[in-house]
Design a protein around this ligand. Structure first.
Ligand code: HDE
Length: 703
């Protein structure tokens, strides 16, 4: 079947444009007066016959639907995926054939917080992509972390109950730093690897546009001969992988809890379309048991040193939704939404997901959720399902059953027309029915260690700080100690350093209770582990080799006050904008900024409305602004905090007094114009590194 419309074209049929239109009821009846209810006399009681009022209020009373039980807080965008490589030997999926372009809708999310919670929580980020292919919708519902907390779907409700606000008092919101989460994970050593990722900078992205995405599970690609190849999906962001500091994340949550949502929306509105390459790790069926870990275990990744990531295509997000609720909120993702050429594996977490998503969509959106415009396949649906609440489609004819002769056998099987219908991989299964888990899943610490050892020194320090923060928030000392015992199994130095911050000597052995629970899964736990293939993996750090060297879309604050020299502002603005960065002028108040030469410029940002944590770098231009800023505590806070968070700072000639008044020490991340012809280049080079994390320890200032 051919694509008969793009997703954009399809959605156009549902767009409502109120321009130049008369206000009506939901039945299209023109409304004469939308200010007054119908009353008995001007001051009298309202009448029950006011159908105009009821039409409005009844709808309002039903505006809320259940939020997603996890990943409630999210932001989405439309885009396109273009396949660039030929992988037809591995898959017959039509959208994965070289040169094919497919419309997508992508939603990013946090996991634990409610719909209105902050974007900057320490949390995993969801990364869901709906491909509107000519063979129907395919959903790749992944995360920005390549592994998961648990191995079997049956533990999922418990995991989520433990991390969500506690049931008696419903706090803390969007935070894992509390008793119940650490109680659960300290009793579930299988969570050790994922918890390590969640304590790393990966859990504090600078932007959705700067995170990797992972399918997490091993899936199968199926070629047109029915042959399967195992596959892991990766999204690699063109802008690189970048994070913010924990102190910064907490402050951003206060200054702008929509930080990521706004960043994505504005980037797309500005034409800075975010892009990710799709990468595949392909593993031949014969190699299923070749590794020291089990590829069906979702708490394990396949180091890129063992199986390189093959880049095959690119996704570009280029259009914001017209309406958040209609599109982003009603988007229904489901890892069981597969197309011919892709199949699931026996990963016991994935198997459970295939049930849960469809179920949750039925609850959240109703049984006809696939008829909601954002969820409609572009190739149309043809089957004998009918009726149900809010059915939109109108099925023609008297036949809604199969097989039939009355409608000429329609709709018929794909194979009758020589088309490829979805066929599950013909996998041979021969085993007893058991409620058990494979012993090949029982090594929980080797890859947690691999991740920790693969981080640079600052990355390791951030992990130590994160464990120390989170466990300090845990009220029960028994839980803290139990988790330290897990850390000690991963790396004794890590355990010692966290233990020092908590005043606990890390126990040598796992806690009795942890062992007891693990032995309920594997009686012989702990097992003798296999030697890992690699001790360190470069790809687990945050430096993507192809993504370095850009300051595109970075926000640079130009910190001014009235009397600033216009040329000093304009010069850096032009240079930054040429590099694709955004220069934002911040002054003591919004409205007209008065330059030294008397000219004016209308500005939108002030030290009152903005904060240093919302920017990537800072420049202070020269002029009479210096005298004003010397006495401006908010300005000093901007540069002190920028310094603390390892950002690039540049100062024009004549502004040195400001640096002396601040807590800034002159280091390789601070650039001065005075006597330095290359200052702009240096400033940009520092920004390209994102942050000067290497000297973070020397930048510990009270800001
Ligand atoms: Fe989900 N997950 N999940 N999950 N998940 C949902 O579906 C679930 C898991 C992920 O942007 C829910 O529509 C179970 C892994 C994302 O709308 C729900 C299990 C991964 C999103 C659900 C998992 C994810 C969800 C809630 C264990 C990474 C947001 C609302 C068996 C690969 C999708 C909804 C969006 C959402 C269940 C584990 C990612 C309840 C039972 C592993 C990105 O169905």
């Amino acid at each position: 079947m051919k694509n008969n419309s793009s997703k954009k074209e399809q959605l156009k049929d549902y767009l409502i444009d109120n321009d130049e239109k008369i206000l009506t009821t939901n039945d299209g009846v023109p409304i004469h007066d939308n200010n007054n209810t119908l009353k008995v006399g001007q001051r009298g009681p309202s009448l029950q016959q006011d159908h105009i009022f009821f039409d409005k209020l009844l709808h309002f009373d039903r505006e809320r639907i259940p939020e997603r039980v996890v990943h409630a807080r999210g932001s989405g965008a439309h885009g396109i995926f273009e396949m660039k490589e030929d992988i037809s030997e591995f898959t017959c999926a039509k959208f994965l054939q070289k040169g094919v372009k497919t419309d997508v809708f992508t939603r990013f999310s946090t996991v634990a917080g409610f719909k209105g919670s902050t974007d900057l929580a320490r949390d995993v980020r969801g990364f869901s992509v709906k491909f509107y292919t000519e063979d129907g919708n395919y959903d790749l519902v992944g995360n920005n972390i390549p592994v998961f907390f648990i191995q079997d779907a049956i533990n999922f409700p418990d995991l989520i109950h433990s991390v969500k606000p506690e049931p008696n008092n419903e706090y803390p919101q969007a935070a894992s730093a509390h008793n119940t989460f650490w109680d659960f994970v300290s009793l579930m050593p299988e969570s050790a690897h994922m918890v390590m990722w969640a304590m790393s900078d990966r859990a504090l992205p600078r932007s959705f546009r700067m995170m990797e995405g992972f399918g997490v599970h091993t899936f199968k690609l199926i070629n047109n001969k029915g042959k399967a190849t195992f596959v892991k999906f990766h999204w690699k962001p063109k802008l690189g992988v970048h994070s913010v500091a924990w102190d910064e994340a907490q402050k951003i949550s206060g200054y702008n809890s929509d930080f990521h949502r706004q960043d994505l929306y504005e980037a797309i509105e500005n034409g800075d379309f975010p892009q990710w390459d799709l990468g595949l790790q392909l593993i031949a069926e014969e190699d299923e048991f070749k590794f020291s870990f089990d590829i069906l275990d979702p708490t394990k990744l396949i180091p890129e040193e063992l199986v390189p990531v093959k880049i095959v295509g690119t996704m570009t997000l280029n259009r914001n939704p017209e309406n958040f609720f209609s599109e982003t909120e009603q988007a229904a993702f489901d890892p069981g939404r597969l197309v011919p050429g892709i199949d699931i594996t026996d990963d016991p977490l994935l198997q459970g997901r295939v049930f849960s998503y469809m179920d949750t969509q039925n609850y959240r959106l109703g049984s006809n959720f696939h008829e909601i415009p954002i969820n409609r396949p572009i190739n149309g649906k043809h089957n004998n399902q009918k009726d149900g609440k809010s059915r939109m489609d109108i099925l023609k004819g008297n036949v809604s059953y199969f097989p039939n002769s009355q409608a000429g056998g329609c709709p018929y099987h794909a194979m009758l027309k020589g088309e490829n219908g979805f066929e599950s991989h013909a996998q041979k299964v021969n085993a007893h029915k058991l409620r058990q888990r494979s012993i090949s899943f029982a090594d929980h610490f080797t890859q947690a260690r691999l991740f920790f050892h693969s981080q640079p020194k600052t990355g390791q320090q951030h992990i130590i700080d994160a464990y120390s923060f989170e466990l300090s928030k845990v009220k029960d000392p028994v839980i803290r100690k139990r988790e330290l015992a897990i850390l000690n199994q991963i790396d004794s130095d890590l355990a010692k350093k966290v233990g020092k911050n908590l005043n606990i000597e890390p126990p040598k052995e796992l806690d009795e209770l942890t062992l007891k629970f693990a032995r309920q899964i594997w009686s012989q736990y702990p097992i003798k582990v296999k030697k890992p293939e690699v001790e360190k993996s470069k790809s687990l750090g945050m430096d993507l080799p192809d993504a370095k060297g850009t300051i595109a879309t970075r926000k640079v604050a130009i910190l001014v006050a009235d009397g600033v020299v216009k040329k000093s502002v304009d010069t850096i603005k032009i240079i930054l904008e040429k590099e694709g960065a955004q220069a934002v002028i911040i002054s003591t108040k919004v409205g007209p900024l008065i330059y030294e030469d008397g000219s004016h410029e209308e500005i939108q940002h002030s030290y009152l409305t903005d904060a240093s944590v919302l920017y990537d770098a800072f420049y202070t231009p020269s002029g009479k602004n210096v005298d004003t800023l010397l006495d401006n505590a908010d300005y000093l806070q901007f540069i002190n905090e920028g310094f603390k968070h390892c950002k690039a700072l540049a100062f024009a000639e004549g502004t040195e007094k400001l640096v002396e008044k601040s807590l800034i020490k002159k280091d390789c991340g601070v650039v001065f114009e005075k006597g330095n012809k290359n200052w702009t280049l240096q400033f940009i080079d520092i920004m390209k590194q994102h942050r000067v994390w290497d000297i973070e320890m020397d930048r510990k200032v009270p800001a």
